[in-house]
Design a binder for this molecule. Structure first.
Ligand SMILES: C[S@@+](CC[C@H](N)C(=O)[O-])C[C@H]1O[C@@H](n2cnc3c(N)ncnc32)[C@H](O)[C@@H]1O
Length: 287
C-alpha cells in the first residue's frame, strides 16, 4: 500500500511560495529531530509548508492538521488542492504578459485587487515569483508593497510542482484551515507530533520582521504560545518549537532548557544581502 502512495508522489512536493522564515534550507537539521513514531501531525504556523511537505513525502498516510492565520496563503493551498488546472492556466497568462513587459505588468498586478479565487491566488503566486527577494510582506493596511525583483527568467508557472502539491494534498488526510494557532491545537492528543514555527521574537530593534499578515505577533502572543506548549506537553504530545535566540524566549522556555538546542540558520529576510549572515536560532523540544 505504502509503495502505491509513493509511486503517485514521484515528484516530491516542495513549498510553492517562498515564505519569510521558510524552513526548507533547515530541513536536513530539523528532520533529525522529528520523532520516529507518532500518530497525527499538527502544524499551526504553516507558511510555505516545508516541514509538512517533507513529512508527507516520508509518510504519505499521516493524518495532518495544518493552518495559518494568513487567509490568502490558506486559499492558495485550497485552490491548488481543488482547482489546480484553472490556476495553472491563469499563471500561464500572467507569465506571457510578464515577459512582454515585466515592469509595467508587475506593477499593474501589484495594484490590482481581484475578488475571485483563481485571480487572487494566481496574483499571490505571480508576485511571489517576481517580487524582490520573493518575500510575501504586507504593510499596516494589509497591502502587498514589495518592489519588482531582478530576475531574468522567473519560473512563474512551475506546473510540475503545483501538480505534485495537488497530488499530495488530495492523497493525504490533511485538514487545512485559516485560524489562530490555539484553535488548531485544541484537538491534539497524546502521541501526536506538533511543530510550532511562529513569527520570531525580535532579537534586536531592527529585526522586527512580523508582517506576514497585517496582525503582528507580539510578546503577548509568545506568552500565549508558551502556555500552549505547556498544555501540549502535559497532554503527552511531542512538541518541537523554533524561535529566535532571544532573551525573552530563553526566559519563557527556561523549564525546557535541557531540551533546547541551538542550530545555525542562514536566513534571507534581510534585503541587504551583505547582512544575510548565518546566525543561531533555537529548537526547543519536550522529548
Ligand atoms: C515563521 S512563519 C512559518 C514558516 C513555515 N514553517 C515555512 O517553512 O514556510 C510563521 C507563520 O505564522 C503565521 N501566523 C502569524 N500569526 C499567527 C497566529 N496568531 N496563528 C497562526 N498563524 C499565525 C504567519 O502568517 C506565518 O505564515
Amino acid at each position: 500500500m505504502k509503495q502505491q502512495y509513493k509511486q503517485l508522489l514521484v515528484f516530491t512536493p516542495k513549498p510553492f511560495v517562498k515564505w519569510a522564515g521558510g524552513k526548507r534550507q533547515l530541513m536536513p537539521t530539523l528532520s533529525k529531530h522529528i520523532p520516529k513514531k507518532f500518530d497525527s501531525y499538527f502544524e499551526p504556523f504553516l507558511g510555505g509548508g516545508a516541514v509538512l511537505f517533507h513529512l508527507i513525502s516520508e509518510n504519505p498516510k499521516t493524518k495532518c492538521f495544518v493552518s495559518d492565520l494568513n487567509s490568502n496563503l490558506i486559499l492558495s493551498y485550497i485552490t491548488i488542492r481543488d482547482r489546480v488546472e484553472e490556476l495553472i492556466s491563469a499563471l500561464k497568462v500572467h507569465s506571457e504578459n510578464y515577459f512582454k513587459n515585466p515592469k509595467t505588468y508587475y506593477y499593474q498586478i501589484r495594484e490590482s485587487n481581484p475578488k475571485n479565487q483563481i485571480d487572487k491566488v494566481s496574483r499571490l503566486l505571480f508576485l511571489n515569483r517576481t517580487c524582490f527577494n520573493g518575500l510575501y510582506r504586507v504593510n499596516s493596511k494589509g497591502k502587498f508593497n514589495v518592489p519588482l525583483g531582478k530576475y531574468t527568467n522567473p519560473n512563474i508557472v512551475n506546473r510540475e510542482n503545483l501538480l505534485a502539491v495537488n497530488h499530495a494534498l488530495q492523497l493525504n488526510h490533511i485538514s487545512i484551515k485559516c485560524q489562530d494557532f490555539t484553535k488548531t491545537l485544541e484537538t491534539a492528543q497524546k502521541n501526536d507530533f506538533v511543530y510550532l514555527d511562529p513569527p520570531y521574537q525580535p532579537v534586536s530593534q531592527t529585526s522586527n520582521f512580523t508582517s506576514y499578515t497585517n496582525d503582528s505577533f507580539g510578546y503577548e502572543d509568545q506568552e500565549r504560545l508558551f502556555l500552549e506548549f505547556q498544555k501540549l506537553d502535559s497532554k503527552g504530545c511531542n512538541v518541537m518549537l523554533s524561535n529566535s535566540k532571544s532573551d525573552e524566549v530563553l526566559d519563557l522556555f527556561e523549564d525546557y532548557s535541557d531540551k533546547t538546542i541551538e542550530i545555525s540558520a542562514n536566513r534571507s529576510i534581510n534585503s541587504d544581502s551583505k547582512k544575510r549572515t548565518g546566525h543561531s536560532e533555537l529548537l526547543i523540544k519536550n522529548y
